[in-house]
Design a binder for this molecule. Structure first.
Ligand code: SF4
Length: 213
């Protein structure tokens, strides 16, 4: 299996999305093609260390945890990630992929649960969306808006309504740390009356900027 550049692997409580609260083995791949205003993983921009896909699968097996999340940076910029996802699935893992929405999702194996960012204007990266990606997102996946302001909120609500996103996927709204308060976002969401889920970062409530163990 090919080599990948990784920043770290670790075990933690899944802090986000529909698997929040579950123990999870994380693989953070290195490198990102975007530069979001609120990025909290800038340390993943540099190449990191090289590890083979087989070694990563062995690390995951040794963790004894079924759930594994491949994150970044942006995992899909490394072509070897496709073999890694298939290899993990073959070994019985439940695989989550966190991706920034700028890369095509077409080749991601169907059984992988995709957590896809929809970058808002406040991220500075709204133009990065890969245009056909809505086709590859389904009910098992999650489309995540990280919101920096009320303008971002209104932008996201408009898109959710215009594209009827809640009819084919799970939509999450999350406040960008240090940009928008969770209380204000909750208030706005209640007024909007949309079947969109408020997402807070559980791992940050537990450990601040530390990731887990
Ligand atoms: S896509 Fe993610 S890792 Fe890349 S710059 Fe944006 S927040 Fe940071």
């Amino acid at each position: 299996m090919e080599t990948l550049h990784i920043t770290e692997t670790f075990v933690s409580i899944q802090g986000e999305g529909l698997a929040a609260g579950l123990p999870c083995f994380f693989i953070r791949l290195s490198g990102c093609n975007l530069r979001c205003t609120y990025c909290d993983t800038r340390y993943a921009y540099t190449p990191g260390r090289k590890v083979s896909g087989k070694e990563l699968i062995d690390f995951w097996k040794a963790s004894g945890i079924k759930l594994v999340q491949i994150t970044g940076g942006e995992p899909l910029i490394q072509p070897a990630v496709y073999r890694l996802m298939s290899g993990l699935l073959k070994q019985g893992a439940r695989v989550l992929l966190e991706t920034n929405g700028s890369m095509s999702l077409k080749r991601v194996p169907f059984k992988v649960i995709k957590i896809v960012d929809r970058k808002t204007p406040g991220s500075g990266m709204a133009g990065s969306w890969f245009p056909l990606n809505m086709r590859y997102i389904n009910h098992n996946d999650q489309l995540k808006y990280v919101l920096t302001s009320e303008d971002d909120f209104r932008w996201a609500v408009r898109e959710v309504e215009e594209l009827d996103l809640c009819s084919f996927t799970q939509v999450l709204f999350s406040p960008a740390a240090n940009f928008m308060s969770p209380e204000r976002l909750a208030e706005l969401m209640l007024k909007a009356r949309l079947p969109v889920r408020l997402q807070l970062q559980l791992h940050k409530i537990l450990w601040g900027d530390e990731q887990g163990i």
